[in-house]
Design a protein around this ligand. Structure first.
Ligand code: PXP
Length: 241
């Protein structure tokens, strides 16, 4: 049976707009509460090394409200210390390059096994559910399995940018990898580049347990307000199941 698909709302770009003027408005915490009121199951925030959007203070404040926080971060010593100090509900390990505009690809879990294995164990010991943000490929799912990761999040940015037959092929790849992960006891999630127009086929993949969506929802909020934008996404996700 297909269970309810959780929606994690990524509020990074509320902080991007706030930081453009260096003040306190718009407040990511207020956005988190509005998203939850509209049907988000949790909040996702990426604390980047350069703190270009979400700041340490934002994480402090997000930990004070009664909403599960999925902290996206690079697998560095600095971020491990922050995660262990805060103990968020979940951590999603992402690759990070200083010069990139956004997270451009998945983590190479296969190549980074020796670095990630002890890192994941530390998070596990602290009771933090860790996921690996990976490409939907067999090589990466198998690497996640060797790492005993409880969760993987598939980077669906390629799907989001393709069209026509190419998009159909990519969708099948994501569905196959979600099935492979689930068959092996890993909970699959997906995120990156999802919009009202492209979310339904992804939401229909029965093994996916969670979608993390940010940029589009915050952009759409300019026209309709954040609550309406989250509510519509929630409706489209539910209708696809
Ligand atoms: N999931 C992960 C791991 C991400 O890094 C991002 C982007 O920060 C998202 C989901 C959300 O992507 P988007 O902002 O394109 O919806």
């Amino acid at each position: 049976m297909t269970g309810r698909l959780r929606l994690g709302v990524n509020i990074d770009h509320v902080a991007t707009i706030r930081n453009a003027r260096g003040g306190a408005h718009p407040d990511p915490l207020r956005a988190a509460l509005a998203a939850a009121a509209a049907g988000a199951d949790g909040i996702t925030a990426h604390l980047r090394e350069d703190r270009r959007h979400i700041t340490d203070r934002d994480i402090d404040r997000l930990m004070e409200i009664d909403l599960p926080l999925n902290l996206e971060m690079a697998a560095t010593e600095e971020m491990l210390a922050i995660a262990l100090a805060h103990r968020p509900h979940a951590v999603c390990l992402v690759p990070e390059k200083r010069e990139e505009r956004t997270t451009e690809g998945g983590l190479d879990a296969a190549r980074q096994h020796n670095h990630l294995a002890p890192y994941l164990r530390e998070l596990e010991r602290a009771g933090i559910r860790a996921s690996l943000f990976i490409e939907p490929s067999e090589r990466q799912v198998e690497a996640a399995l060797r790492l005993k990761a409880p969760v993987v999040e598939f980077h669906v940015g390629r799907y989001a940018h393709l069209e026509g037959d190419e998009q159909v092929i990519e969708l099948k790849r994501i569905a196959d990898m979600a099935a492979l992960a689930a068959k092996n006891g890993i909970e699959p999630h997906a995120g990156h580049g999802l919009t009202f127009d492209n979310v339904a086929p992804i939401a229909a993949i029965p093994q996916l347990a969670e979608l993390n969506i940010g940029h589009f929802l915050v952009g759409e909020a300019i026209f309709t307000g954040l609550e309406a934008s989250v509510r519509r996404m929630r409706t489209l996700m539910d209708a696809a199941r």
